[in-house]
Write a protein that binds this ligand. Structure first.
Ligand code: OVM
Length: 408
């Protein structure tokens, strides 16, 4: 580690947090960054990094000094043209952020999701039965973590039947776009126009069923809570942020259980812990690893002055395993209280879809726990590199079904 003389109080590092090796195995970098100091200057990108829980949390809740409107990726929207019109939620600050947020919060709040629970439980049970009927060995990533959200979420939004295979590639591309223009971004560059056109077309009122989240967003525009120009962009947020995130969050939970048989036993004994288990998986793996903010003024963090206009990279995954905040942070442990983790963010931008994600996880994990006694890896799980998501490609498992579909 070298020190840039003009930034003497800040340890500097030319490491690339978006290099494949780091994306596939980020913990060594996280540990080094947390040890280096509260603020680390990353010379390669001219940004400041926060990797300790205390400072990531503080930046997340201080939207006045750490803005999102300049983009929450590396690109500075004040100087560069964004790859798509900015999100009205993720890439906006109060007051512009507030109306879209309020509308989506209501639509995705727990009371609004109650009517989905029965259908999602049935969907989960059918999916698990179908997977198990093909034998005890399967890829838990494709067969469960990918398949289940795709089975329930697009219907809940009200998407038509065609083109749903575009959802995951679009999400992969959108989450790559928060990073630098590296090989991962270039690999999908030829699909940006096509995938964006498809997603944008699904956001139109006519493309959506009359009873889904999408239709409710348009109804909010009818009531004057949003403009008609805003409505399709809010639908776009659902399609961007709502699929890959839950897919990789579910994969994190399945990976946790496949590698921690005692925790699977605990879930089977106490199925009501499925929701906490999911939050613990989100803490432990942090499907969304990083987001940026931009300093609105010169901001001082632990005696380091970060100049106004500078991008600040927040390592959510590192904060979620900071030993100063968590006991034995590397353990996937259902007995811990994971609340306070920043895997869904914190503050005014905290994941507005988190109740949807928890309901998906709860219904899938419960259905699986009722039918499966043991789950274990049969090969090396494979990660898929993405500039933002801790994502997966394959999770080969063998299960021992519990016979009569009953826990006991
Ligand atoms: C959005 C959005 C919100 C959260 C995460 C995200 C791609 C996107 O509003 O489009 O990641």
């Amino acid at each position: 580690m070298t020190e840039a003389p003009e930034r003497a109080v800040v340890p500097a590092d030319d490491v690339d947090p978006f290099a494949h090796a780091v994306l596939l195995d980020p913990e060594p970098l996280h540990q080094a960054l947390r040890a280096a100091g509260p603020v680390v200057y990353l010379s390669r990108y001219d940004v400041y990094a926060l990797a300790r829980y205390e400072h990531v949390h503080a930046a997340l809740v201080d939207w006045q000094h750490f803005e999102s409107g300049a983009g929450v990726g590396l690109a500075d929207f004040r100087r560069e043209e964004p790859w798509r019109p900015p999100s009205l939620l993720l890439e906006a600050d109060p007051p512009r952020h507030d109306a879209p947020r309020r509308v989506l919060r209501e639509i995705l709040a727990p009371p609004a999701l109650r009517r989905l629970r029965a259908a999602w439980s049935t969907g989960a049970e059918e999916l698990v039965d179908q997977v198990l009927s093909n034998g005890p060995e399967f890829d838990a990533f494709t067969a469960l973590a990918e398949a289940f959200p795709l089975r329930v979420f697009p219907d809940a939004v009200g998407l038509g039947p065609d083109g749903r295979e575009n959802l995951l590639p679009y999400g992969n591309l959108a989450f790559n776009a928060f990073g630098p223009v590296n090989d991962l971004v270039r690999a999908d560059a030829h699909r940006v126009a096509e995938l964006s056109a498809w997603v944008n077309a699904q956001c139109a009122r006519e493309a959506l069923s009359e009873d889904g989240f999408g239709a409710r967003i348009w109804a909010a525009a009818d009531r004057g809570e949003l403009t008609y120009e805003q409505a399709p962009l809010v639908v776009r947020s659902l399609l961007t942020a709502g699929v890959d995130t839950t897919v990789h969050g579910l994969a994190a939970a399945l990976y946790g259980f496949a590698t921690h048989p005692d925790q699977w036993r605990r879930l089977r004994e106490r199925p009501e812990s499925a929701r906490v288990a999911f939050d613990e998986a989100v803490r432990w793996q942090s499907p969304v690893q990083t987001f940026f903010r931009t300093a609105t003024t010169d901001v001082t963090i632990a005696d380091t002055v970060i100049p106004a206009g500078t991008k600040i990279l927040m390592f959510l995954g590192s904060a979620n395993r900071d030993p100063a905040r968590w006991a034995e942070p590397d353990r996937f442990d259902l007995a811990r209280d994971p609340s306070g983790h920043v895997g869904f963010g914190m503050g005014i931008h905290q994941c507005v879809g988190q109740h949807v994600a928890r309901l998906e996880a709860e219904t899938l994990l419960t259905a699986l726990a009722r039918r499966v006694e043991r789950i274990e890896l049969t090969g090396t799980p494979r990660r898929h590199p993405n500039n933002t998501l801790r994502s997966w490609e394959s999770l080969p498992v063998r299960v021992r079904p519990s016979g009569n579909g009953d826990v006991h």
